[in-house]
Design a protein around this ligand. Structure first.
Ligand code: 77G
Ligand code: MG
Length: 214
């Protein structure tokens, strides 16, 4: 049977990227997406913004929603200090399998835990299953209509502290209008919009950074 796009992406990484080099894994995926097949990785333009926010926050606990093939997982994990707790959630088991192999090719398998399941089910389990009290940094890149219910879930589960940073991908395309309206109208968040483009295209998109004020 025909391979899937994530499987073809994995093959391209295994063929073109140097084992143990996160930068070459990132470049190999970006090359694949620019010259072979578009895929919904955060990409290099928004990825650089992600890098700068992660570096600025220098988090001790990180959560990513929507692993997909592990591109942004590798981008984040390569910047973390030793001892940082990094969890990434992926709904699709086939993507979990590909992501684990791409993360391993980058040599970052000891930096991050890839957990299969949906955010709605797993967020309430963070404390008991992973011993997390609060997250310093959260990257939202999963179903766009889950951004709003999940930020409310973070609040209800006491997973945010004064200064927790949430960074949301795709707030323009495909869009997360209810999420944007919520964080921008809430006195509990300080927000900043980073204009960019949809990965590997000229279509307008951007990232929204929201700092929880407690
Ligand atoms: N742990 C969990 N919990 C809940 N949902 C979970 C999950 N783990 C996974 N999912 C399910 C996420 C499915 C992928 C989400 N991302 C997207 O849907 C996405 C789409 C585009 C896009 C833009 C223009 C187009 F023309 C076409 C596609 C671009 C992006 O950067 C995107 O991130
Ligand atoms: Mg995205």
């Amino acid at each position: 049977t025909r391979s899937t796009r994530p499987q073809r992406m994995l093959k391209a990484v295994q063929k073109n990227a140097t084992k143990g080099s996160p930068e070459s894994v990132i470049s190999a995926i970006d090359y694949f997406c620019k010259h072979s097949e578009w895929a919904m990785n955060v990409g290099d333009e928004k990825g650089s913004i992600l890098d700068s926010v992660v570096t600025e926050v220098n988090p001790s606990t990180v959560l990513e929603l929507g692993t997909y093939c592990g591109y942004s997982t590798v981008r984040i994990a390569r910047l973390l200090s030793p001892g940082t707790k990094f969890i990434t959630l992926e709904f699709n088991p086939a993507n979990v399998t590909v992501a684990r192999q791409i993360i391993a090719h980058a040599g970052l398998q000891d930096k991050v835990t890839v957990v299969e399941g949906s955010s709605g089910d797993l967020i309430p389990q963070m404390k008991e299953r992973f011993g997390i009290t609060t997250f310093d940094f959260i990257f939202l890149d999963h179903w766009k209509d889950r951004y709003l219910p999940d930020i409310k879930l973070f609040e209800e589960c006491g997973l945010l502290r004064k200064g927790s940073v949430l960074l949301a991908d795709n707030v323009i395309c495909p869009g997360a209008p209810e999420y944007l309206e919520y964080v921008r109208n809430s006195p509990r968040y300080e927000n900043r919009y980073y204009p960019a483009h949809l990965e590997y295209t000229k279509v307008e998109d951007g990232l929204e950074k929201s700092v929880f004020l407690g």
